[in-house]
Every structure is written in C-alpha cells, then in structure tokens.
Ligand binder design. Structure first.
Ligand code: ADP
Length: 486
C-alpha cells in the first residue's frame, strides 16, 4: 500500500515538475543560442507555466527589436553605400524643406523602395510635419545657443577679478563669485539665501567717508561698491547686482600722496622760513661780523636740509620708476666708513664716533656713492636720535661671503610697536623727541631699498631709552681692488 502511494507520488512529480522543467530548460537554451523564432509554450498551470509565459513575452519583444534593428542596419548600409540619391531611393523620394521664420534649417528626405504617389492630403501632412520638425529644431538650436551663452556668462562671473554679488528682489544672496568669496570670507553655499547686509556689511568711520567691507572674520578691506538692478524682459526688477572692488592699493596711494604733501610742505617751509629770516636780518640790519657769520651758517644749514629733502624725493621717484641703477665695483669698505665719519666727527660736539674694523676685510661689491649714502643715513640718524649725546659705534665684520656693518647708538631707542613700519615711506615714530628733529621719514626707506639693490639685508634692534643698532650686509667679491695695496 505504502509502496503504491510512493510510486504514484513519483509519477505525479515527474508530470507536474520534471517534464515542464526539462521543456523550460530547453526553451531557455534555444533563446540563449539566438533562436528567436520558436515560441516558448508550456501549458502547465503552475509557477513553471508563468515563467514560460514571461519567457515567451521576452522572446516576442526581442524578435521585434531585432527586426527593427535589421531594417535600420539595411537602410544605413544603403545610405552609406549610395553614391546618388537615385540609388538610395531606388524608386521614390520626397524632400521636405525645413524652414523656420524664413531660415532654411535643412531637408527632410523620405525614401520609398517601391513606386509611391503622394496624394494632396499626404503632401499637406508632410508640409505640416516639416514645419513642426523645423520649429522643434529651431528651439533645440536656440536652447543650445542659450546654454552656451549661459556657460560663458557663468565662467566670466566666477573668474572676474572684482567681487560680484547677485541678489533676488528681496535682497537675499543668490550667487557670489570667487573673488568675493576671498574678500568676504563667505562661501557661496553659506551665503546663498542670507540677507545682503549680512554677507556684505559696509562700515565707514565718518559720514560720507571711505567705505570698508567687514569680512566674516572681522577684517576690514577698503572697497568701492557699485550696484544696479536687474530687469526682466518686461522691465520688472528681478534682482540686483553689486560689483565690489578692493581699493586697498588706491587707498594706500592716496594716503602716501597726502603724507607726501604734508611732509614736503612742512619740510620745505621750515628751512625756507629760516633762510628768509636770516637773509632779511643780513640785508636790513647792521650787525657785528660774528652775528653775520652765525646767520650765514644758519642759512647754509637750512639750504643743506632743503637739498637733502630734494635728493631724497628724487631718489624715491627714481627707485619707484626703476630709473635708479647701481654702478657697482670692488670697494674698500674700511676707507668708505672713515670717509663718511670725518664730517660727522667735525660737527659732533656731544657724540663720540668710534669704529671697530678687523685687520683685514674682504673687498665688497658695491656702488661707492650708494654705500656712502647708506652709511651717512644710518650714522646721521644715530646722531640725530641721540639728543643726549653718547657713543656711535660703527662695526664691520665678515660673515661668510658677506660683510656685516652695524651702527650702534645710545639714543632714544624705539619700542617693538614703533618699529612695525620702520622701513615704510614717510614713517616717523610718533614721539615728541622725533617731532622736535626735522625729517621726512624717507631715509630708512631709501636705505633699505639701496641695501636690497646690492643684494644685502637691512634690519634693526632697539630698546627704548637705551639705544638702537641698525645692521646691513653687503656681498663680498674675490676681485682685487684696482690700484690698492689691500
Ligand atoms: P627721518 O629721520 O627723516 O624721520 P628715517 O626714515 O631716517 O626718517 O627714519 C624714520 C624714523 O625711524 C625716524 O623718524 C625715527 O622715528 C626712527 N629712527 C630712525 N633711526 C633711529 C635711531 N637710530 N634711533 C631711534 N629712532 C630712529
């Protein structure tokens, strides 16, 4: 009994599953082998039957696609191989011009492989289709053109050197370029959607005064801002554009110009008043010879001061226009030091001028006039800014393939804060002792530039109330000095 049941189950399983599975496997094998002709049929009412029906649907679709592809391949082969329209069309050809607003965009060609006569309705339909295709083609071309123009505008917007900000009609940021990101510290992603004034806060120190942009991190940058509304085709305001230019350089130039005017006019007026006053005394009054001599000395001093100011201004102007050139040659630095010190020694009453020079010094490579000018400026300052007198020591040392010169004084000195802008044009420390002595603030600027033109370096150390040391280096040369025993 049991055995009979098992046999029946095996027969049933063979019929319900085994045979349909075999049929399905052989159908999928045919499909995989490229046979799209033979239909997949399996009339069983279970899961395998459903799989077979899906396979059949897939076979029909694939067969349809393959047929379309085959037709296309055949046509392309004809087009590629055709040497004339005649061969391409075989029997019939219709050409429809594609015109959009009077502009010829191309031809639509229809080819038949058998004789074909178009009736009026078909002709009208073809004409209509031609118009539609031309319209769509025109729109596609215009879109392509608009996309190209938009791409160009985007590239210009992001690459432009000035900062540019776009806002919506409510003043919220919609875009900003790279230059503005660098200026404001905001990224375009962070700034988008924020109010204009938050991303671009402008501060002025006085009403109507120059404007500064305050960056995201509190840095102030002098800027010039120009703004304009953006209109759409119907004249409605759809946003705004702001162009922000960093004018730090222009502001600096303006400040230098006003410093130049005030310094030059002050420095010109003081000696001129002296010259005028003492000359008037000499002309109008009978004075003892002694008084006459001292007046003449005052006039001489004042005119020297004038000449120095003019020389300094000329040096700066030549340096900045690149017209100041060096005429370097092998130099005996020890004799240059002695030469420039001797007039100072003759004049200095309260100061002791001392030198510390090694027994043998290498020859330096420099322009004699300019090296004298460097030393004269530094020794002159050392005396000028030591009103109480003291020692001025000039030391020369060899340091590798350079020579280092230091000028040390025991004068008023400077604090580290005073020294921040020491080598800038027109800079003078804001102290009563400095104001009392005349000066333009050009000497150290010129000195530093001259040292650098020689390939050297100038720096300073200073202690308020104790004194200062200014040091500079000059390159040495292996050349022998012409006509010198050294
Ligand atoms: P000037 O002497 O005409 O003012 P400089 O450019 O030579 O111009 O010097 C700039 C400023 O540096 C001076 O005004 C002074 O405040 C400071 N300074 C220069 N040399 C010394 C020094 N040896 N000791 C103290 N302060 C100095």
């Amino acid at each position: 009994m049991m055995l009979a049941a098992l046999v029946l189950l095996a027969v049933w399983l063979r019929r319900a599953v085994g045979a349909p599975a075999d049929a399905l496997r052989s159908a999928s094998g045919r499909l995989a082998g490229g046979d799209l002709e033979t239909p997949v049929t399996l009339s069983v009412d279970n899961e395998l039957g459903a799989v077979a029906s899906d396979l059949e649907t897939m076979r029909r679709r694939l067969a349809g696609r393959m047929e379309a592809l085959e037709r296309l391949r055949h046509l392309s082969a004809q087009v590629v191989g055709a040497t004339s329209l005649q061969r391409l069309t075989e029997v019939a050809l219709a050409l429809v011009p594609l015109l959009s607003r009077g502009r010829f965009l191309g031809l639509l060609a229809l080819c038949w492989t058998e004789r074909h006569q178009l009736d009026r309705e078909q002709e009208a339909l073809l004409g209509l289709a031609g118009n539609q295709i031309a319209g769509a083609l025109e729109a596609a071309l215009r879109l392509e053109e608009a996309e190209r123009a938009a791409g160009e505008a985007r590239a210009v917007f992001y690459a432009i050197a000035d900062g540019v900000l776009l806002t919506d009609p409510f003043g919220r940021v919609t875009a900003m370029n790279r230059a503005l990101e660098a200026l404001t510290g905001w990224t375009e992603t962070d700034a988008r959607g924020r109010p204009y004034a938050e991303v671009l806060p402008i501060a002025t120190d006085q009403v109507g005064g120059p404007a500064d942009l305050v960056s995201r991190y509190g840095r102030r940058v002098p800027v010039a801002v120009s703004s304009a509304p953006i209109f759409d085709a119907r004249g409605r305001v759809v946003g705004g554009v702001d162009v922000i230019r960093d004018v730090s350089r222009e502001r600096e130039i303006d400040e230098v110009k006003s410093a130049l005017i005030s310094t030059v006019s002050h420095e010109l007026r003081t000696p001129l008043t002296l010259i005028h006053g003492f000359a008037e005394l000499l002309v109008l009054r009978d004075m003892p010879v002694e008084r006459q001599r001292s007046s003449a000395v005052e006039i001489l001093d004042a005119s020297r001061r004038l000449a120095r100011l003019i020389d300094d201004l000329l040096s700066v102007s030549r340096m900045e226009s690149g017209r100041l050139v060096l005429d370097p040659r092998p130099l005996d630095l020890a004799s240059v030091v002695e030469r420039i010190l001797s007039p100072f020694r003759a004049m200095a009453a309260k100061h002791t001028l001392r030198t510390k020079l090694p027994g043998s010094l290498p020859v330096v490579w420099g322009d004699p006039d300019k090296v004298e000018q460097i030393l004269t400026n530094l020794v002159g300052n050392a005396i000028k800014y030591s009103p109480g007198g003291g020692e001025v020591l000039v030391t020369v040392d060899q340091d590798g393939d350079t020579v280092q010169v230091s000028v040390r004084d025991q004068g008023i000195g400077m604090s580290p804060r005073d020294m921040g802008q020491l080598f800038e044009k027109f800079y003078r420390v804001d102290r009563e002792e400095v104001r009392r002595t005349g000066g333009t603030g050009l000497g150290l600027y010129i000195t530093k530039r001259l040292v650098e033109m020689h390939g050297g370096r100038l720096w300073a150390e200073s202690w308020p109330g104790v004194g200062s040391v200014f040091r500079f280096t000059l390159p040495t040369t292996s050349d022998e000095l012409a006509g010198s025993g050294r």
